[in-house]
Design a protein around this ligand. Sequence first.
Ligand SMILES: Cc1ncc(COP(=O)(O)O)c(C=O)c1O
Length: 356
Amino acid sequence: MSVSFVRATVREMAGYTPGEQPADAARVVKLNTNENPFPPGEKVMQAIAAVSADSLRRYPNPTADAFRDTAAKLHGLSREHIIAGNGSDDILTIATRCFVPPGGTLAYPDPTYSLYPVLARLEDAKGVAVPWNGDWSLPIEALLQTRADAIYLANPNAPTGTFVPPALVAELAGEFPGLLLVDEAYADFAGENCLQLVGRFENVVISRTLSKAYSLAGLRFGYAVAQPVVIAEMMKVKDSYNCDALAIAAATAAIGDQAHAQWTWQHVRAERQRVTAELTRLGFAVLPSQANFVLATVPGDNGKDMYLGLKRQGILVRYFDLPGLTDKLRITIGLTNENDALLNGIKSMCLTKDRP
Ligand SMILES: Cc1ncc(COP(=O)(O)O)c(C=O)c1O
């Protein structure tokens, strides 16, 4: 049924579909939405417990300065280089409203994070999907040819986990007259990142999240790093109090406790290597990943059957019913015992299939 008073753009669009969040998450092996398998550290829980009733009564600091100062120290920058958001999805919304005018163009290599076209659409702008090169390298010329107002580059990319070296991102930033947003939701699991490009290029914004690397997907906290003149413009666009008092306290403690976070990243990197090797041995083709997940092509090409078979065993992975992805599964790297459950679940299905 159509609702005549809704903007035609909204009425006609599908909206973003988030990954499945089962009600009884404790009973499933949940490897479908790239969460960190470890809980946040003790310092985060203490910071949340220390939030006073009075600071909940009052509005929070509108620009989350305690967080900005701690993040600035971590990155060797100033507070003015940073804007905080209610998850990095909020940062992406702010960026799209700030840099992509109605009737304009947002370009992105494809496949990538499926929120980007939704954000372009909401702005009444055009989302232009530029296919990755065959070897998953950056299609620089094709991106430039779109003459877009902004380019969004997830690096490492989702759902592939592939990584574009910072030197190539710098080449694109140097040649592109518009805004280049590098979505580094997964950068902490990679060997390198593009933060240093902010000092060299006024048109580069780096987006980060505490959802993955800092075990805080449920809290909703992200931030962007860019030159102060750019951050000042983004500040005009954000909601007045886009980060709440609890989130500011917890996120500040999380980013201040690098030892805990880095310990989780080391586990993920080691398990990523093991899961990749095991899946390869089982006949999957696994893309080299720099993220906390892998994209694996299922032997026999039937991603959906494998996804459903795992689901029946209480193991959730992500299946995308999209062109080029139907033979693949995106699998989040979990705890060792969760990864074992996944591998055993796959092995049991392969055995059943082979039985006469
Ligand atoms: C590439 C990418 N960017 C951003 C996000 C959003 O993260 P957040 O939880 O910070 O909104 C995701 C979430 O899966 C993602 O995959």
